[in-house]
Design a protein around this ligand. Structure first.
Ligand code: ADP
Length: 306
């Protein structure tokens, strides 16, 4: 069983010609409400790949929570560990996208901030019963650290997607198995600090291999269209992504991370799980949207085996 502990946001995106000035009211030429939050995205990606995923999250008691619950129901994601925090808004990201392609984003953590150390302590049994627990950098730092400590105490494998690359204590990162990061996050945490985005995949692999064991128990660095590299105590690997036509890369990292965790929880080896994860990411870039561009297990495995 995989337990995903993470954020739920409702992304409210307005498309405008130019950003409004203070005090100004303008009209958008389009608006979209969609499920977001790395926790929710990764839980859905994992659930689409695996029969046994639980999502531990918090919603507010507002209309945005209904949008989130409807999305979970649409994907069949079990929501037994998704509770309501009274008197609190659901996490929201208010996004404005200008014609220039620039954006502004205002995030309200809302109910996500209620996922604290006390909640982790109360969920001890769920954590102990899991094969793998996955979380992301969007939760409060003390919560991430408590979760790492709880996993260590319970002997449960802990996977950490350090996105964004918040300052989590080294002891918590050290037990991550794996630590999952993209190239920007990798440099921020001391993997390949001198490497460019375009550096050879072999250089990224070697950078991960040179810090694995100290920084984290195992490491996966995603390299966009080039796939990913991975390292653990047994070796290090370059895993190419299938060649596809990218339409919208939003949420690709979450698709890959969710699939990776689902496959590791199933008992697959790190290089095998990464091979399947990069296929899940490659599917997610081929159509618009975030969770709406994710595929089910059969399609992901078919692309991975191609
Ligand atoms: P993030 O979205 O977190 O920045 P990446 O850009 O590294 O992460 O992408 C995550 C994964 O999505 C990659 O490992 C790969 O599997 C897939 N992916 C991203 N962009 C492409 C692309 N252009 N073609 C194929 N796969 C892609």
């Amino acid at each position: 069983r995989l337990v995903v502990v993470g954020s739920v946001n409702i992304d409210a995106t307005s498309y405008v010609d130019a950003f409004p000035q203070p005090g100004e009211t303008i009209h958008s030429h389009g608006h979209r409400i969609a499920l977001g939050g790395k926790g929710a995205n990764q839980a859905i990606a994992a659930h689409l790949c695996s029969a046994d995923v639980e999502f531990l999250a918090r919603l507010g008691d507002d209309a945005a929570a209904d949008v989130a619950r409807a999305a979970f129901a649409r994907f069949g994601l079990p929501a037994g560990a998704v509770a309501t925090v009274p008197g609190t808004p659901t996490g929201v990201a208010q996004i404005t996208v200008a014609a220039s392609g620039e954006n502004t984003i205002v995030v309200t953590a809302g109910a996500n901030a209620a996922i604290g150390a006390d909640l982790i302590a109360a969920e001890h049994e769920r954590i102990a019963a899991a094969d793998l627990v996955l979380t992301q950098g969007e939760l409060p730092v003390p919560t991430i650290e408590s979760l790492a400590a709880a996993c260590r105490a319970a002997g449960t494998r802990f996977a950490l997607n350090l996105a964004p690359p918040v300052g989590v204590a080294a002891a918590a990162v050290a037990i991550a198995d794996p630590l999952v990061v993209n190239v920007h996050e990798a440099r921020a945490v001391g993997i390949g600090a001198a490497l460019s985005d375009e550096a050879p995949a072999e250089a990224w692999r070697d950078a991960a291999a040179s810090v694995v064991g100290d920084l984290a128990r195992s490491i996966v660095v995603t390299l966009g269209a080039r796939g990913a590299v991975a390292a653990d105590a047994d070796g290090s690997w370059v895993v190419a992504a299938p060649e596809v036509e990218a339409v919208d890369t939003t949420g690709a990292g979450d698709a890959a991370t969710g699939a990776l965790a689902a496959m590791l929880a199933e008992g697959r080896s790190l290089p095998e799980a990464v091979r399947i994860a990069v296929a899940a990411g490659a599917i997610a870039v081929q159509s618009r949207g975030t969770v709406d561009s994710y595929a089910g297990r059969a399609d992901v495995l078919a692309l991975a085996d191609r």
